[in-house]
Every structure is written in structure tokens, then in C-alpha cells.
Design a protein around this ligand. Structure first.
Ligand code: F0G
Length: 462
């Protein structure tokens, strides 16, 4: 039997109807949204691949667990349940919940910024991570391997740190000026690409040599563990939980947006290995932003659902299907010649639109053009990750040059079926085959910060 892509390892017993619109309707809806897919109503989207964050489906065990949530302000039973799960997974001593990943960043990242002129180094900082590094008064430097930017190159761990460059950066900036090293697993911005265990270990060794703390950004740490099991020698027969524990052993702190591999719609985690002083600092900092340290912006029932979801996301069959489904879509696109980041990542397929629409210059946002075209074609919502998202240099006000103009098709967990992936593939392939008709876009309003969320556009007619 062909098990190239395993079938859904669940039965669906609650459904949310979705509606297909007509092309004429979509033309009007997109125009009214200022040609910015963020401004569409989700009701007007047929298949929503904007993000895999907080968009997953919960299991019957999670819904059941919510019924026993203890809503006490301080010291609830639900907190202690979640705490014991997080400690068990990470092997760390200290834990506090937060409302989502950026909450963890806001509370934690300033703690290591002890003076002016400090840096965080990451393989690639996620946008909100970069924003919180900067808000904390530090600067963010990315240090991913070169191979990551060559979309055709088959490399098993394109999310890896460039170790030579990392050490050079530390020496250049001075070890006392490095606040921490952030290991983003999987590496979202590079295409959901995994980081190998050998690389995590080597980063930790370099960090130890210079006495710099390491932090895991673990939004998709379970998917990363699955890739390690699949691709790294010596891990073929290890249990996912053991791989995850080893991942955690190479960090001092674990920050997580639980909206991804926590399988919940809202939630986040700060866990600290053994630094009691750092934990105490976070405990103070969390209160004004997120809430008392035993709830951190979450309800008791949210913590119950997360305690169950964290363990479900470590189930190997669940992960196999998850990764297979994303790969199924990517394989279809690649077979049709659509340029994508390859190998296909954990949570999304990334289409390279500079190559797809070479006639559209970067400042006319080729990836927005492709994103809008697939909405018009089939009501599918994706997201631009290119020049539009990168924004302008704060000093020169020029668009920051962008190596890849990506459209991300992020797949929510346990929500869509392979048949939905067929529909997505057909739409993207259709747009690819008619790529010469794609038009660039110009601003009708450019938002001053995080411009991709709220700017409006019009197509450039020529
Ligand atoms: N770190 C990574 C690697 C992320 O991908 C995200 C969110 C965050 C941190 C922030 O977490 O959203 O819970 O505050 N990524 C989402 C995405 C938004 O669509 O990729 P958050």
C-alpha cells in the first residue's frame, strides 16, 4: 500500500461550513479590501492559509479538558497541570504561561538586555521577535546558512545557523554585548525549515565558550523534532519526546507561541532551565503585561487545553500526517514547475514569486500580486513574505532589499483535508501557467509601521 502521504489519523465529528464565492464577488471583495488580503473577512475566504497560528482544530480530549478548567486567579489546579506537562517535556525547573508568543518575547527578551548597544543573534528572528528585541533597546542579527536562500538546493536542515559566521559575529561585536542566541525551530521565515540537532548542539558549545545564554523559540519545536527523526543519523529510532528533550537541553530558556505546536487557539510559554534569578525577574515583569504568573493572560480552561495539546503534538502519527499534508501540496506544485522553497518545510509551502513574475519589480510586490491572484482564482488566502513585509529602512526610507519574494501557504493543523490541498494546488498552478498576466501593485495608503497589515493598494494597469 502506498503510504507516501498518510491519511488523516482522526475522524471529523464537528464541522464548520465554508462557502465558495464567485469570481465576480471576489473581485469586488478584494477591491473593497484595498487589495490587501488581511482586510478580507474570513467568511469570504474559501480556504484560509493566511497562518497556521491559532487556527488549528482541538481534539475531543482538549474540549473535554476545558470543562474542568479551574478559573482561580492564583494557583489554579489548571496551572499546576500545565506546569507539570511543560516541565516534563522541557526538563526545565521554572515555567509561567503567557497569552501568546509575543507576550513571552515582551516579558523575557528585555531581561537579558542589561546595557546599551547589545545584540540578539538568531538563525532568523521572526518579525515579532525582532520587534521585541528592538523595543528592548537591542539589535537583531540573523545568522542562517547561505543554503537557505537557494530555494532549489536540497539540504535537509536549511534552518541551521552558520556556525563560522556566528563565532565571527560574537568576536566582532564582543561577547559581553551579545544578550542571547535565539534558536528558532523550525525556522519560520526561511520556509519552516528545520535545524539539526548537531547544529543546536554546536551553537550551545559556542555559546558556552563565550558564556552567552541560548533561547529556543519553540513555536514549531515538535515539527522540528520530527524532521530530526526523519533526516538526522542516529535519531531514526528515538521517540519524539526524547528528541524534544534533547533540543531543550541545548537551551537555557524556552519561549513558545503555543498557537502552533501547542495545538491551541491561544497560549504561550516561558520556561527557564535553572536560573532562579532570571525566573524571578520574569515573574515580576509578567504581572503588568500578562497577569499573575500562574495564569499569564490565560483562562484555566485554556491551560487545560494546552496541557493536552502539547502532548498530542508530540504524537508521531499526528506529526507524520501533518508534515505529509504540507509536503503533498508542495510536491504537487513542484511537479508542475512552480518555484518553491525545497525541501518543503513543516508548516507551509513557500512560493518564490520573483521567479514566477520576473516582470514585476520588487517595489511593485510580486508576491502580493500572486497572493491576490490565487484569491481571485479560487478564494484562497495566503500571505506575502517579501518586500512588502520587510518594510523600509528607518534611516534611508528605502525599501529594504529582499532576497526572496515569497508567498506563504500556511496549513492550519487538523483543519483541511488532502482534497482541499488539491484545490489549492490547482489554483496556484493555474496562476503559474498564466503568470505573464500578473500585474504589480502600488500603494494607495502606506501604513508607517508593520505596513503589510493595514496598507491599501491598487493594481498597476499598463
Ligand atoms: N516565533 C515564531 C517562530 C512565530 O512564527 C511566531 C508567530 C511567533 C514567535 C509569535 O507568536 O503569534 O503567538 O505572538 N507566527 C505567526 C505566523 C503569527 O503566522 O507565522 P504569537
Amino acid at each position: 500500500m502506498n503510504k507516501k502521504y498518510i491519511a488523516e489519523p482522526y475522524r471529523i465529528k464537528m464541522v464548520e461550513p465554508i462557502r465558495e464565492t464567485t469570481r465576480k464577488e471576489r473581485e469586488m471583495l478584494l477591491k473593497n479590501a484595498g487589495y490587501n488580503p488581511f482586510s478580507l473577512r474570513s467568511e469570504d475566504v474559501y480556504i484560509d492559509l493566511l497562518t497556521d497560528s491559532g487556527t488549528g482544530a482541538m481534539s475531543q480530549e482538549q474540549w473535554g479538558a476545558m470543562m474542568v478548567g479551574d478559573e482561580a486567579y492564583a494557583g489554579s489546579r489548571s496551572f499546576f497541570k500545565l506546569e507539570s506537562v511543560v516541565k516534563n517535556i522541557t526538563g526545565y525547573q521554572y515555567f509561567m504561561p503567557v497569552h501568546q508568543g509575543r507576550g513571552a518575547e515582551q516579558v523575557f527578551l528585555p531581561q537579558l538586555v542589561t546595557k546599551k548597544g547589545m545584540f540578539y543573534i538568531s538563525n532568523i528572528h521572526f518579525d515579532t521577535t525582532r520587534a521585541h528585541v528592538e523595543l528592548a533597546g537591542a539589535r537583531a542579527i540573523d545568522c542562517v546558512i547561505e543554503e537557505c536562500f537557494n530555494i532549489d538546493l536540497d539540504h535537509p536542515f536549511k534552518g541551521n545557523f552558520d556556525l563560522v559566521h556566528l563565532e565571527k559575529l560574537i568576536l566582532e561585536k564582543g561577547k559581553e554585548n551579545i544578550a542571547g542566541i535565539i534558536m528558532t525551530i523550525t525556522n519560520n521565515s526561511a520556509g519552516g525549515q528545520p535545524v539539526s540537532m548537531a547544529n543546536l548542539k554546536a551553537v550551545k558549545e559556542i555559546a558556552n565558550k563565550f558564556n552567552i545564554p541560548t533561547i529556543i523559540d519553540g513555536a514549531r519545536y515538535a515539527e522540528n523534532a520530527f524532521f530530526i527523526k526523519e533526516r538526522e543519523k542516529g535519531y531514526e529510532n528515538k521517540a519524539i519526546i526524547d528528541i524534544v528533550r534533547e533540543e531543550c537541553s541545548y537551551a537555557d530558556v524556552f519561549l513558545m507561541s503555543a498557537k502552533k505546536d501547542g495545538l491551541v487557539n491561544m497560549g504561550g510559554i516561558i520556561a527557564i532551565k535553572d536560573n532562579e534569578q532570571l525566573y524571578n525577574q520574569c515573574r515580576v515583569a509578567v504581572i503588568p503585561y500578562e497577569g499573575f504568573p500562574t495564569y499569564g493572560g490565560l483562562n484555566g480552561r485554556d491551560m487545560e487545553a494546552l496541557a493536552v495539546g502539547l502532548m498530542e503534538a508530540l504524537d508521531e502519527t499526528y506529526l507524520r500526517h501533518r508534515i505529509d499534508q504540507v509536503r503533498y501540496l508542495g510536491d504537487k506544485l513542484k511537479a508542475a514547475g512552480v518555484p518553491i522553497q525545497y525541501p518543503i518545510g513543516g508548516h507551509a509551502v513557500f512560493v518564490e514569486c520573483k521567479r514566477m513574475a520576473p516582470h514585476i519589480p520588487s517595489e511593485q510586490f510580486p508576491a502580493l500580486s500572486v497572493t491576490n491572484a490565487i484569491y481571485l482564482e479560487a478564494g484562497i488566502r495566503a500571505v506575502e513574505i517579501g518586500t512588502l513585509l520587510l518594510g523600509r529602512d528607518p534611516d534611508t526610507h528605502e525599501n529594504i532589499p529582499c532576497v526572496l519574494e515569497l508567498m506563504r501557504l500556511a496549513i492550519p493543523r487538523r483543519v483541511y483535508t488532502y482534497r482541499h490541498m488539491d484545490v489549492v494546488a490547482d489554483a496556484v498552478i493555474h496562476v503559474y501557467q498564466h503568470r505573464n498576466e500578473l500585474k504589480g501593485y502600488e500603494f494607495t495608503y502606506e501604513s508607517p509601521i508593520l505596513r503589510h497589515f493595514t496598507s491599501t493598494f491598487q493594481p498597476i494597469e499598463n
